[in-house]
Design a protein around this ligand. Structure first.
Ligand code: AHM
Ligand code: MG
Length: 315
């Protein structure tokens, strides 16, 4: 018998509580994957005509994915609110406003890849509320450092549909098996190689990077001789880095002076998975998971991967 997402219940102290939420992520992933496959036939590619809170053009598929994810979180009955890249404010699920957990999500990451049939992903993390259960949850519940995260992971919409997640007891990868329409454990106990792999970055921004990162990268390249790969979708670049080793970075630059990637639903979930897989995840001068969040859509610089490579880059 293949091992399915149900085995999350047996992982660590939080597995049982997290299983229904991660199963909800799995259902959302299956629905989003179906929408992506058929998007061109439904006229669902292209811009939705609105901007998200970051001032970025929303794609129709960003909006659809957000709706699907929110509905699946609601249906778990264990999520009181969702903070999404596509929603300016925290969305409270009135029906379950007493529930214990909040989910932070980038429903469709890397959406610049959509029009070219490139890989995209979903990134999520789960925190336990700090406000009392008989009150409405509020945004303060989301502003918790990554050390408080209870579960996190990502979905990769690639040639195969994968869900990689951690409930704080290592990292496991599940692949959707179309023959029995469920996720099955395909990558147990994922550990990042100690070194090697690739460096992964949008190097065209190098002249604009802050904090001397251009010189750091040149030095690391000379020292390590690493090759380069860059998809431009964080989930795909993270997944390759996790499997092959190396380092992924998105430094602060003159345009994005505090960084481009969002702390709560990009940097922290990926940092959590990376640390759980034995890797390292840094932001400006401290581990990503130690950054004290100040705002729902806060951005930070990100450097994550094999510890030796991250150290070689930042050292
Ligand atoms: P998005 O959430 O609007 O898709 O932006 C995040 C994406 C990441 O997936 C990726 O790492 C990065 O932006 C790529 O940025 P760039 O195009 O500047 O290289
Ligand atoms: Mg994103």
């Amino acid at each position: 018998m293949p091992t399915t997402l149900n085995n999350i219940a047996k992982q660590g102290a939080n597995g049982a509580a997290m299983m229904p939420i991660i199963q909800g992520v799995g259902r959302a992933a299956i629905e989003i994957a179906a929408v992506l496959r058929g998007a061109v036939f439904r006229g669902a590619l292209g811009e939705a005509g609105g901007e998200n809170v970051q001032g970025e053009q929303q794609q129709k598929l960003d909006v659809l994915s957000d709706e699907i994810f929110l509905e699946e979180m609601r249906s778990t009955g264990f999520v009181c609110a969702v903070g999404s890249e596509e929603q300016e404010e925290l969305l409270v699920i009135d029906e379950y406003a007493h529930a214990d957990y909040l989910v932070l999500v980038d429903p469709l990451d890397g959406s610049s890849n959509l029009d070219v049939d490139g890989p995209v992903g979903t990134i999520f993390s789960v925190v336990k509320r700090e406000t009392p259960n008989d009150q409405q949850p509020d945004v303060s519940d989301t502003l918790q450092a990554g050390r408080n995260v209870v579960a996190a992971g990502y979905v990769l919409y690639g040639p195969a549909l994968m869900l990689v997640c951690s409930v704080g007891a290592g990292v496991n990868g599940y692949t959707f098996n179309p023959n029995d329409a469920r996720f099955e454990l395909s990558h147990p106990d994922m550990r990042i190689p100690e070194t090697g792999g690739y460096y992964s970055v949008n190097e065209s921004n190098k002249d604009k990077w802050l904090d001397g990162m251009g010189d750091n990268l040149d030095r690391m390249k000379a020292e390590t001789g690493l090759g380069m790969r860059y998809v431009g979708a964080m989930v795909a670049d993270m997944h390759r880095t996790l499997l092959k080793g190396g380092v992924f970075l998105y430094p602060a630059d003159q345009k994005n002076v505090t960084g481009k990637l969002r702390l709560l639903y990009e940097a922290i979930p990926m940092g959590f998975v990376m640390e759980q897989a034995g890797g390292k995840a840094m932001s400006a001068g401290q581990p990503v998971l130690d950054v004290e969040p100040e705002a729902l859509h806060q951005r930070v610089p990100v450097y994550l991967g094999s510890a030796t490579n991250v150290d070689a880059l930042l050292g």
